[in-house]
Design a binder for this molecule. Sequence first.
Ligand code: SF4
Length: 239
Amino acid sequence: MHAAALAVLRSASGRLLPLLESARIAVEEVTRAERGSPQAPRRACRAGCSSCCYLAVSITPAEAMMIASGLRRQRSPDELAVVRQRIHATAARVSHLPIEQRALARVPCALLGPDGACTIHAFRPLGCRGWTSFDAKACETALNDDRPGHDGPQDALLYATAGAASDGLNAALREAGAPAGNCEFHAAVLVALAALETEPPHRSGASAENAPTSEWAASALPAAFAACPRVTSERLRSG
Ligand code: SF4
């Protein structure tokens, strides 16, 4: 996954396409585990079950661009303006909170639908794909107890694959000089939406050897994503 993402980041020209392609490779990896895990039948996760959508989510810049691009495809300009405002309002409330406070705040993800289903399910973050539960009640109880997530069993293969895919993607992004890091979901999607408005058209014929690196170096994108809040933990900080 890491090698494939790095190859694409180094060889494709333009800033948008390599990010989207590297995210697609990571999503494919996790989708394979999602479908092939022997623990899949034990998962209790269903559309409309949304306790985990009140928790902190961190994403890579490549995923943020994938989500922003998907939103632009999926929504009309008016709908996009509404959802962007919702993401902005949610970011203001939660993007700076450590994961424990995020759970306490009881603020749903801005992209959770009124029916309790994810409105970007097809292109949701790696972290959302990897976090599962064998017991929906345990998730609900954890949320009601103000805990950031259940501590019961879940699909260990899927969880590990999503974590490894995210780490591999971030490593590839860093090595390619592209924007990297674990950014708070809402803040990162806002950066990505703004970037897509100003992204120059794709240029073909750039040198495969050095074009991507020099393009990233000349881009404001790495700094914009670096300024996004990171998801932190009070427990880990004090422990
Ligand atoms: S992106 Fe979708 S799955 Fe992830 S927290 Fe938001 S609504 Fe839930």
